[in-house]
Design a protein around this ligand. Structure first.
Ligand SMILES: Nc1nc2c(c(=O)[nH]1)N[C@@H](CN(C=O)c1ccc(C(=O)N[C@@H](CCC(=O)O)C(=O)O)cc1)CN2
Length: 290
C-alpha cells in the first residue's frame, strides 16, 4: 500500500487554513513567514516558490528575500537580525543548502528560537531531545511521523524503528520523535555493521541517507512500514532525469505493508509542517495589533 503524502499534506493544509482564519478572527494576528534564499540553486528555487504559494493559499502572509550567491555572511546575519526584530514576522526560514563560504550553523543559531520554524536552532533541538513542551519541531521529521501514523494508527509504542541517517535535520530529530512515541529506536549510519540485517528487524524503517535506491527489497521485514525521505535525481537513458528515493520502491512495495513513494511521499509534508510551525509560532509569540 502507498502512503499518499500529497493527499495527507493537502488535508493538513486545509485544516491549517481553518486555523489561520480562526486565529485572525480571535486575535487579529495573521501568521507571517519569511523565507530567505541565498544564491540560485534550481531545486531550492522550486522549493521556495512552493513555500510562498502554499503560505499564501492558507491565508498567511508570505515574504521572500533573495540574496546573491556571493552575499557575505555578515550581510545575511544583518538581514536575519532585522527579521528577528520585526513583529510582523513570526517565522524565519533560511533555505538550505547555503553557499560554501557561509557557516550554516552560525546562520541557524542567529535566528531567534521563537521564530525558528525549521526547528534547527540548538534551543529547539535541545527541547525536543529533553521532551520539553514548546519546541518547534523540524518539518520533515514531523511529516515522517504523521505518515507512519496514517498507516499504523496513533499508537506506535513498542514498535522497533530503524532510522538510517544521523543528520541534524532529519535522522536525529526523527529518532527523537519516534522515541517520544515510545518506539524502540535504532539509528544506523555509514559505519553500521550488517545494515541489511538490522533493517530486517524494523517494524518502521526510515531511510534518510541520500543514496538512490540503496535500501533493497530483501532489507525489509515483511509487513513493515517504510518511510522514504530520500529525494535523489538520477539520469535516465533518454538523457532526462527522474526522482527516486533512498529505497528501491519496486522491490520494497512487494514486501512492505505500506511505503511512502518518491515523489509524493514525505516531500510534500515538509512544507505543510512548515506552515503548521509558523502558525504555532504566531500563536505563541505573535503580538496582537493595537
Ligand atoms: N531550511 C530548509 N532547507 C531545506 C529543507 C528544510 O526543511 N528546511 N528541506 C529540503 C528541501 N525542501 C524544503 O525546503 C523540500 C524538499 C522536497 C519537497 C517536495 O515536495 N518534494 C517533492 C518532489 C519535488 C521535485 O519534483 O523536485 C516530492 O517529494 O514529492 C519539498 C520541500 C532541503 N532544504
Amino acid at each position: 500500500m502507498n502512503i499518499d503524502g500529497k493527499q495527507v499534506a493537502a488535508d493538513l493544509r486545509q485544516s491549517l487554513a481553518q486555523e489561520v482564519a480562526e486565529l485572525k478572527q480571535q486575535t487579529g494576528i495573521t501568521p507571517g513567514l519569511t523565507v530567505v534564499l541565498v544564491g540560485e540553486d534550481p531545486a531550492s528555487q522550486v522549493y521556495v516558490r512552493n513555500k510562498v504559494k502554499q503560505t499564501q493559499e492558507v491565508g498567511m502572509i508570505s515574504n521572500e528575500f533573495r540574496m546573491a550567491a556571493d552575499t557575505s555572511e555578515e550581510a545575511l546575519l544583518a538581514k536575519l537580525d532585522e527579521l528577528n526584530n520585526d513583529p510582523a514576522v513570526h517565522g524565519i526560514l533560511v533555505q538550505l543548502p547555503l553557499p560554501k563560504h557561509i557557516n550554516e550553523s552560525r546562520i541557524i543559531e542567529s535566528i531567534v528560537p521563537e521564530k525558528d520554524v525549521d526547528g534547527f536552532h540548538a534551543m529547539n533541538s535541545g527541547r525536543l531531545m529533553n521532551g520539553e513542551e514548546g519546541a518547534l519541531v523540524p518539518c520533515t521529521p514531523q511529516g515522517c511521523v504523521i505518515l507512519a501514523k496514517k498507516h499504523l494508527g496513533d499508537d506506535l509504542s513498542g514498535k522497533h524503528a530503524v532510522v538510517i541517517g544521523r543528520s541534524n535535520i532529519v535522522g536525529k530529530p526523527v529518532a527523537m520523535l519516534l522515541l517520544q512515541e515510545s518506539c524502540t529506536v535504532t539509528i544506523a549510519h555509514s559505519r553500521t555493521k550488517d545494515l541489511p540485517a538490522l533493517c530486517r528487524e524494523a517494524d518502521i524503517l526510515v531511510a534518510a541517507v541520500g543514496r538512490p535506491e540503496m535500501v533493497k527489497g530483501d532489507w525489509i521485514k515483511p509487513g513493515a512500514t517504510v518511510i522514504d525521505v530520500g529525494i535523489n535525481r538520477i539520469a535516465t537513458e533518454d538523457s532526462k532525469s527522474r526522482l527516486v528515493g533512498d529505497v528501491d520502491f519496486a522491490e520494497a512495495e512487494k514486501v512492505a505493508a505500506a511505503i511512502t513513494p518518491v515523489p509524493g511521499g514525505v516531500g510534500p509534508m515538509t512544507i505543510a509542517c512548515l506552515l503548521k510551525n509558523t502558525i504555532e509560532a504566531a500563536r505563541r509569540f505573535g503580538v496582537r495589533p493595537q
